[in-house]
Design a protein around this ligand. Structure first.
Ligand code: BGC
Length: 246
């Protein structure tokens, strides 16, 4: 089936129509800036504009959203406006678009893309997927099943939370060289390795495209690989998630 997958991020909103059997992009990716302030009204209207005017799409739509989303309701707001907390995002998007839209945490759906079609496919035991962009999102899979909404980017780390120590946005803001940033990331991954003892760690988000720039700084024991679907994991995963809700 074909689903329009939309990845809502702290910086950009990206979408593409995806053939969910194969993960193939059948209608090209479109990106618009996330409105600021990123309020529920502003994001909902940008979302509808992208579906109706950008894609002129009448088929199924599903979204990854950068917050904890429980039963369609937003629980946290880190890189989006605080007024999102307790907003029923699924209902809001569905009403505005006039048909059902499925919404889940962006890292959970991106991880799903890697589970079905990428580096986590067929891996037994615990697998940790991280998406590294404006924030850090996490998804944990055990023998192919998701433990949702884990938010490991918000673990206390070096006196703050982890995503404020080693997200891609931090690398840019502090103008860190890839190697220096890789050391920070390794530090955080070592902590996650200690907590979870995963079989494999998969990195998604913008930083996954530049993996070779910091790979040698990742010295933990657990194998670390970039997402096979690279930074398209969020879009492809949203579409797969939508298809699985039907
Ligand atoms: C949010 C997560 C999200 C991650 C990546 C974090 O700030 O709390 O829910 O998965 O950013 O977008």
């Amino acid at each position: 089936m074909q689903v329009l997958g939309i990845d809502i991020g702290g910086t950009g909103i990206k979408g593409a129509v995806v053939e969910t059997e194969t993960g193939e992009i059948v209608r090209e990716r479109i990106r618009v800036d996330t409105p600021h302030p990123a309020t529920p009204e502003a994001i909902t209207s940008e979302f509808c504009r992208l579906v109706r005017e950008g894609f002129r799409w009448e088929g199924p739509v599903a979204c990854g959203f950068p917050a904890r989303v429980l039963h369609g309701v937003v629980q946290t707001a880190s890189n989006i406006d605080p007024s999102w907390v307790e907003t029923p995002v699924e209902e809001m998007f569905s009403k505005a678009l006039g048909r059902k839209v499925h919404v889940a945490n962006d890292a959970d759906v991106a991880g799903l893309a890697e589970l079905r079609l990428g580096a986590a496919r067929g891996v037994r035991g615990p697998v940790l997927f991280l998406t590294i962009g404006t924030g850090i999102g996490s998804a944990i899979f055990l023998d192919g099943r998701l433990y949702p909404n884990t938010e490991l980017g918000h673990l206390r780390f070096h006196g703050d939370i982890a995503e404020r120590y080693c997200s891609a946005a931090v690398r840019e803001r502090l103008e860190l060289k890839w190697g220096k940033w890789g050391e920070r990331l390794n530090d955080y991954l070592a902590y996650l390795e200690f907590l979870l003892a995963p079989e494999l760690i998969i990195l998604g988000g913008g930083a996954s495209k530049r993996f070779e720039k910091y790979q040698e700084r990742l010295t933990i024991h657990t194998p670390v690989v970039p997402a096979k679907t690279l930074n398209l994991a969020g879009i492809i995963g949203a579409a797969l998630y939508g298809a699985e809700q039907h």
